[in-house]
Each structure stands twice: as C-alpha cells, then as structure tokens.
Design a binder for this molecule. Structure first.
Ligand SMILES: [Zn+2]
Ligand SMILES: [Zn+2]
Length: 171
C-alpha cells in the first residue's frame, strides 16, 4: 500500500471508530495527515487546526496497527476535549482508554544512541508471513518454517523458499 492508501484507511478508521468507540461525537471533518518529522511522539493533535498528525517514522517502524493505535489515542484526546473535560494524560484519559481498549502511551521505544541496523525482510510466497534476518542469506535459500512444518512434514521444501522483499533499516 502507498502512504496515501494507508492514510485513506486511517481516515476511514476515524469515521468507524467515532461511531463505535466515541458515540459519534467527534467531528466528521477532522484532518488526518502524516507528519514525517515526528520522532519522539507517535502522533499529535492540534485542536485549533482540527488536525491529527500520525508519525510516518513510527508507522514505518511499527506498521499499520500501530498507526491505528496512535489515531485512536489522539481521538480520545479529542473526545475528552469535546466533552469539556481536561484532555491531557490524566486519570479521565487513562480510565476511558482502558474502557475502550486504547493505548495510553504516546511513544514507541526507539534507541537514540544506537546506529541504525539493517535487516533483510523476506516473505513466504505461500502464507505471506514476513521474516526479518540479520544477513542476506547465501547458499541454500531459507524456507518458511511454518509452511515446512505444516505442509511438508518438517522438511525443507523449495515451494516455501522465502523471497527477499527489501532491506529495511531498523532505527
Ligand atoms: Zn496523548
Ligand atoms: Zn509460510
């Protein structure tokens, strides 16, 4: 999926979550955008601009479900704000977060003082599982352990050889 497509999914999720988790009291027309510069925070809300920003950086490191968790977190700030309640990370926030299955914390761990590490990302052509490896593999190709176990009696099987997708920089 392209970043724009992911954003379209997040916007759709906003509307669905508004109905399902926030009694539909959030504005329909809030802006949801990527912010490529947010590093410490996973996301941010600016009421004056009617804007929720999601960190591109955290999305790249932690994936779509993480971006959804961030979005719902920001939506909870907005929910409290709309109800005229203090909207920081206070006891209201924590209680409502728990009731709605929303993440309280605002940042993912990332190590500031470490060199970025490169990983090779592989995909199983059969089950689609993604696997990270430290080195690019030479010689006999790696095969998907799950597919070999379940579909080939545990033997290495070339049908399940992992395909190299790309190199990924883990930050
Ligand atoms: Zn927050
Ligand atoms: Zn597999």
């Amino acid at each position: 999926m392209t970043d724009d497509e992911v954003l379209a999914h997040l916007r759709k999720h906003y509307r669905a979550a508004n109905r399902e988790k926030f009694e539909g009291i959030l504005p329909e027309d809030y802006h949801i955008e990527w912010n490529p510069l947010l590093r410490r925070l996973t996301g941010r809300i600016t009421y004056g601009l009617r804007l929720i920003e999601i960190s591109t950086f955290h999305f790249r490191s932690y994936g779509y479900q993480d971006a959804v968790a961030t979005l719902e977190h920001e939506m909870l700030h907005l929910y409290l704000y709309r109800r005229g309640l203090p909207s920081g990370h206070n006891h209201h926030f924590k209680r409502e977060a728990q009731l709605r299955g929303i993440r309280v914390f605002h940042s993912n761990d990332y190590k500031r003082n470490q060199q970025p590490r490169d990983r090779w990302l592989y995909e199983c052509p059969s089950c689609g599982r993604m696997v990270f490896r430290q080195r690019r593999r030479e010689g006999q190709a790696l095969a998907c352990g799950i597919c070999c176990r379940t579909l080939a009696d545990g033997a290495w099987d070339e049908r399940f050889c992992l395909r190299l997708v790309r190199m990924v920089r883990m930050v």
